[in-house]
Design a protein around this ligand. Sequence first.
Ligand code: SF4
Length: 419
Amino acid sequence: MNNYDQKFNDAIKNTNFSKLSLSEQKFIKEKAYSLNFSFQEIKQIIDIARDLTMWDEKNIIDIFPTHEQKKVVITKLKKAYQKLRSTPNSYKNFKLKNIPKEQKYTFIISDKEGFGLGLCPVASEKTRCCNLLTLDAVESCGFDCSYCSIQSFYNQNIITFNSTFSDKLKNLELDKNKTYHIGTGQASDSLMFGNREGILDALFEFAKSNPNLILEFKTKSDNIKYFLENNVPKNILCTWSLNTKTIIDNEEHLTASLQKRINAARKLADKGVKVGFHFHPIVEYENYLQEYKEVYQKLQDTFLAKEVVLVSFGTLTFIKPVIKQLRERDFKSKITQMPFVDANAKSSYPHATKVEMFKSAYNNFKDWQSDDNKVFFYLCMEDHSIWKESFGYQYSTNNDFERDMLSSYAKKLNMEFLI
Ligand code: SF4
């Protein structure tokens, strides 16, 4: 074995080289030898090859530049790859692969230390944040959204319930002189498991015994059976994460369809339960602004402003472990085919793209921004500079944001607002 054999074999360790097709492996190896690629260059080329496959684009052999100088080859290859990243995606000819047809997971009930009440896991002082508290009633999610960071925290095939959740909730003392906003939809989907292990019984009881609490259930499901069969305390809010049909069909696997989500929200609003909607992530692709506009309009045709507490907007932000996990999966997704820029140590869209999508979103809800029943709009996990350009106003601190949000929510829920 010559020196380069050793170097090449070391370079492909801990990469997705073996997941590439045999022809791609053979091609990359030949090019590595003939152009004497470095350790890092070999890794980069494997990642590029993996992304092209996942994005259902041409493969590495098709786009590989022909030149005898390595420097020229690498420069041209990176340029071709960046061009594919920065051109808005098209899902027209996109063919899904290895998408799970049904939810397969194991339920585990264990007595976990503590019970997962804490500040929103993605909150930061670097972004304008609402100081949401999150409560992990369940760990991990049965849905399979390609962009979701939960997959990098938990094993997706194991759903964990906390055997002492209900007792711990009963013993939790909140300050009676303060309004709290707690959400249960961060570490899992709030409704997809219904009242399994009595989690909804416990949470409804928690809401009843804490009238100064705004308890938010966030979901992509239409599993509202428990809410239809039980009295829902007035300080409970049900919110749906929505997206266009294009993104739901291609990137939000196993979730309820757009129409099923809207129908479920409509049924709860008919029962007097206040609802809300999260457009997070808004994804850029060909004709995306028009497709989102149609969903925004569908909401305003289906709900009255007085029934809706909030509408939030956010977009894709990736942490490295999620990108790594996506590259390891043998499936198709276009979700990382986007021009990545650094956004507070995460990867996201350029500033201008964000302003375009958020401004369009906000401007499409003009009817819900005036009069007494106005809905509370906010950007989730965004740099504070984007607010002014998108909404025309901004908060100078996270506490100001939280205060304005909770006073608006309390008013819509007919609750007293306690600072
Ligand atoms: S704005 Fe979003 S990320 Fe920030 S605390 Fe609120 S929910 Fe969490």
